[in-house]
Design a protein around this ligand. Structure first.
Ligand code: URA
Length: 235
């Protein structure tokens, strides 16, 4: 479904269609099982069966959290849908919100340079996304409710892309994905697992702009990620 059609249906109150996402074996009553109408028991639609077209339309029309009220547009992600590399940042900033693409400002340029250092480039074998698809106003930290509402979209992107390595960019992405409050310094330097995909943590490019001395550490992280990928053998 196109984003425009989704928007129109939503304005008419006809979309998203409420959908039963889980069987509730013993407690389910017949009224719980009605598909296509909102009941007290209906769950918001989960994206876990959507194809790319419907996923992008759903993200474009999403109202799962309050961030939709302040967005110009959602920023689902960009790149090669068959990528080995998935890079995950925090959330769109003002420029990303305006243009609909992640990492377009100075931090994006540095991210492109980081990719070039390992022989990769945006859009080719690389997909770039964020934990949050909409911009938190004033660059405040996302709150846990927003993360919980948005994470199913990233999970579905991972299912569809099937990346072979995930690079978590910055403390927020790393802690959100790994569900921990361990400081980023202690999450770096080893290979984690996220939904069965190896995950390496590194500093956010915006942090690196402020702390260029840490570029050497980012290089170590990139080398670790590249080595992890090559040790996994051909995809
Ligand atoms: N910072 C992020 O984490 N993501 C973006 O898309 C831009 C800046």
């Amino acid at each position: 479904m196109s984003p425009g059609r989704a928007e129109r249906l939503r304005e008419l109150g006809l979309w998203p269609v409420w959908r039963l996402t889980e069987q509730r074996p013993s407690a389910a009553r017949s009224s719980d099982l009605a598909v296509g109408c909102a009941t007290a028991h209906a769950q918001p639609p989960t994206p876990d069966t959507l194809d790319w077209t419907d996923l992008l339309a759903t993200v474009a029309a999403c109202t799962r959290c309050g961030l939709h009220q302040g967005r110009t547009q959602s920023v689902p992600g960009t790149g090669d849908r068959n990528a080995d590399w998935l890079l995950v940042g925090e959330a769109p900033g003002a420029e990303e919100d305006r243009l609909g693409e992640p990492f377009v400002g100075q931090a994006g340029k540095l991210l492109d340079a980081m990719l070039a250092a390992i022989g990769q480039r945006r859009g080719n074998n690389v997909y770039i996304a964020n934990v949050l698809k909409c911009r938190p106003a004033g660059n405040r930290d996302p709150d846990p409710h927003e993360v919980a509402a948005c994470l199913p979209y990233l999970k579905r992107q991972i299912d569809l892309i099937r990346p072979r390595i995930i690079l978590a960019l910055g403390r927020f992405a790393a802690q959100s994905l790994l569900r921990t409050d361990t400081p980023i310094g202690r999450l770096r330097g080893r290979v984690h697992d996220y939904l069965g995909v190896p995950l390496v943590v590194t500093y956010h490019p915006a942090y690196l702009l402020r702390n260029p001395a840490d570029k050497a550490k980012v290089w170590e992280d990139l080398v670790l990620a590249r080595r992890t990928l090559s040790q996994a053998g051909p995809g």
